[in-house]
Design a protein around this ligand. Sequence first.
Ligand code: TTP
Ligand code: MG
Length: 370
Amino acid sequence: MENIKKIIHIDMDAFFAAVEIRDNPEYRGKPLIVGGPPNSRGVVSTCSYEARKYGIHSAMPAFEAYRLCPHSIFVPGRYQVYAEVSLQIRQIFYEYTDLVEPVSIDEAYLDVTENKKNIPSATQIAKEIKQKIYDNTKLTASAGVSYNKFLAKIASEMDKPDGLVVITPNKAGEVLENLPIGKFHGIGKASEKKMIRLGIRTGKDLKERSLGELIKHFGKVGSFYYNIVRGIDDRKVTVNRIRKSLGHERTFAKDIDNVEEMIEILKKLVEKISSKMIEKKFKAKTLTLKIKYSNFDVVSRSKTLNEVFDKEEILFVMARKLLLETLGPKCKVRLLGLSVSNLVWENDERNNQQLLSFFRETELAVGDVE
Ligand code: TTP
Ligand code: MG
């Protein structure tokens, strides 16, 4: 029982459209399309629930949306605003746990099995998060609570908008049996079609097929299907780490006290760091030197420049200076390390966290068809 997890999936409702309606109340209650424009080769990014009644949906060509509902309001996206809201809601998640896995600009999984507020009920946390999202952004989110990611995601979709659905272990079987196959997250469009051809329309139908049969028809992913319909999903909530620093260090076979030798070592460390920075296309503002003395005392000293740097020569000058300023007389050194931080990526999106790269993907989804 102990290893039962508490997972929450949060997904904002009609996200871009909801932001536009919040900021332009005259759009409320109307079919609103973010994307377009209708006479272009652009596509629908998202639309209000009123527009969805006409069959309009994300990724549909804008002219088709126009054909389905000519009196829709078309507005272009304001991605910077959506990105800011996305950051705002993420801050709320971090009040409860650091185990947050953002999956798109408006969606994330949270593992709250252990949480910063020691709240035993994940449902309670989901309620609080929804409330805080509303208080801070005046937007609604839907939440799903369950014991794994797959079920939490299913749950968040079950009562949109503004939903809060909990799938407990003893309810999971029934929920999954009744679920149309197209609603199984992870079963793509092609597999869905194939399943329907095979007479699999609901979870119940899927559950009746043997593992061998599913693998025969779908290959490796067949065993994933076999598991999810039984509510089995071991995928962990993983934090997408954003690199905040890059460093290398060397421990010597024998303690050294020769400064020239130390400088040679710094040179090697600098080479490694600089080439990695150039390869990965980022620069830094801060360099930190770490020295571990033979008695295991550790000191670190940093230097921050106003300008970003990635060149070996600059790194080396800084590193050498730091060493000479830091090193006491007649010291034996056991380890030297260098690291760079305050990183800035060449393509700006990376700077404002991965969020902006989601948002770029989103833009790609709405971008013109080539
Ligand atoms: P979704 O969460 O898929 O959709 P949604 O929030 O608009 O509506 P729902 O209530 O059903 O969750 O996507 C989040 C945002 O990402 C969406 O508002 C716009 C953007 N997006 C695109 O730009 N293109 C796409 O194809 C999709 C699916 C989303
Ligand atoms: Mg959404």
